[in-house]
Design a protein around this ligand. Structure first.
Ligand SMILES: Cc1ncc(COP(=O)(O)O)c(C=O)c1O
Length: 341
């Protein structure tokens, strides 16, 4: 499978010794995908390496992406697509205000993406209707590459199969034993499905703990396994071996996320301001909730090695992109209370 160079580096593997001690873990590692490029990090950047290559292979000129207004997927696509001559047309649905959502929406606007407002409501159905209208409207004039909601497609899964192969190499270079568990946040489940397939392909003895931040869950076991296989097949280009790839359901577990509060449950101290966590720049909707779930597991008795997959973006505003004037033209897409001033 082709990938583009988005200046992605091997994301660092970092140890959190103090938190490991507090949680009773033998080791706590973090895969710092939040630092993937100098401009923007997170799972959506890995996805774009494959998605943009795919779009260019099809000779597309426009990426059509339905997403939430403050999503990392829209922000990353808006930033990177123009670098490869692709226009982004973002179909955005309202989302609750957060500082991260506001910054992402600002980045979409500042990067020159075309923004289409999509009504709230039964999100996927409405987004689907708008998508159909868009395809009818632009199908003759533009060469579209259409992504599903939040950019969660097979390329996204394939990108995360590759990410596990990267991890395996990194562990071997650092002479670090493979973790017993890998924890990751999920919404469309492309990231997690790719990691699950990667774990099987790489022969790593890890259990994947998938923390679903969407309630009710948007993915069942069968769909998860199908996505994992499709991701492996896309990466390896090998239908036979990936069809035979057994995605062992005892090796992953899908759980609903705990709330966003960090450091409650069995752990007595409130860990919200713990310096090891602060430096990860956890995403409030995703990685923070996955981390809260890990912490809510309580004290683990000192035997488990755990790797936390930091899937959000912790980079500051990208150099070279002028900040837009406030308020943003599409500010109404971010709903609910926000800080005064
Ligand atoms: C920061 C972050 N982490 C995790 C996820 C979940 O990834 P996926 O949609 O592949 O399940 C997302 C998706 O929006 C995200 O933005």
């Amino acid at each position: 499978m082709e990938k583009l160079q988005l200046a992605i580096t091997t994301s660092p593997l970092e140890e959190l010794p103090d938190l490991a001690r507090i949680l009773g873990l033998k080791q706590l590692l973090v895969k710092r995908d939040d630092l993937l490029t100098d401009d923007f990090g997170g799972c959506k950047v890995r996805n774009l390496e494959c998605q943009l290559a795919h779009a260019l292979q099809k000779n597309a000129d426009t990426l059509l992406l339905p997403a939430r207004a403050g999503s990392n997927a829209a922000a990353a696509a808006a930033l990177f697509a123009p670098r490869f001559g692709l226009r982004l047309r973002a179909l955005l649905q309202p989302q609750a205000y957060s500082a991260v959502a506001h910054r992402n929406l600002a980045l979409v606007q500042a990067s020159g993406a075309e923004i289409v407002r999509v009504a709230a409501g039964a999100s996927l159905r409405i987004a689907g209707q708008v998508m159909t209208q868009e395809i009818e409207r632009w199908g003759q004039q533009r060469r579209l590459h259409v992504l599903p909601f939040g950019g969660g497609d097979v390329d996204a899964a394939a990108a995360h199969v590759a990410a596990i192969l990267e991890l395996r190499e990194q562990l071997s270079e650092l002479a670090v034993p493979p973790p017993d568990e890998i924890w990751v946040a999920a919404a469309t489940f492309s990231t997690a499905a790719g990691l699950a397939a990667g774990i099987e392909l790489a022969g790593l003895p890890c259990r994947l703990i998938v923390i679903d931040v969407v309630d009710p869950p948007s993915c069942d076991e069968a769909a998860f396994v199908q996505k994992a296989r499709a991701g492996a097949e896309r990466l390896t280009g090998d239908e036979i071996s990936s069809a035979a790839l057994l995605i062992d359901s005892s090796r992953h577990s899908i759980r609903l996320a705990a709330g966003p509060d960090i450091g409650r449950g069995d752990i007595s101290a409130d860990l919200t301001d713990h310096p090891e966590l602060l430096r990860l720049g956890l995403d409030p909707l995703y990685s923070q909730r996955a981390m809260a779930s890990l912490i809510h597991e309580g004290h683990r008795g000192g035997s488990a090695r755990v790797l936390f997959w930091n899937s959000g973006n912790s980079r500051p505003w990208p150099a070279g992109v002028a900040r837009p004037k406030l308020p943003l033209s599409f500010d109404d897409l971010l709903t609910g209370p926000r800080p005064v001033g």
